[in-house]
Design a binder for this molecule. Structure first.
Ligand code: FES
Length: 99
């Protein structure tokens, strides 16, 4: 999927790279968080609730609500709104506490 929600003019971005989110390649730029890159990619759901599997995503954007919780290989559960995307990282959707 293209970066349908990313502004392409008037910005000086860092270096572009890719990471995997649930096996899908996502483009990011140096300095972007996981959540920012996924939003630009058009993805809104970052986790699913434990019992109902209801979608949750970027909400407070400042590390308070945990609705952006995702699992990162080698790190565990992180807040996607506060965790920088890095080249080659592997990110997975959580359902409850499980990836
Ligand atoms: S969006 Fe609320 S903690 Fe990340």
């Amino acid at each position: 999927m293209p970066d349908i929600h990313r502004l392409d003019t008037g910005l000086d971005r860092g270096e572009a790279f890719e990471f995997l989110a649930d096996g899908v390649s996502v483009r990011a730029f140096a300095g972007e968080t996981i959540a920012a890159a996924l939003l630009a990619h058009g993805r809104r759901t970052l986790r699913l609730t434990a019992k109902a599997g209801a979608p949750r995503g970027y909400y407070c954007g400042m590390g308070v609500c945990w609705d952006c919780a995702m699992w990162v290989e080698g790190e565990g559960t992180v807040q996607a709104c506060r965790t920088p995307a890095t080249p080659g990282m592997k990110v997975s959707t959580l359902q409850g506490a499980k990836a």
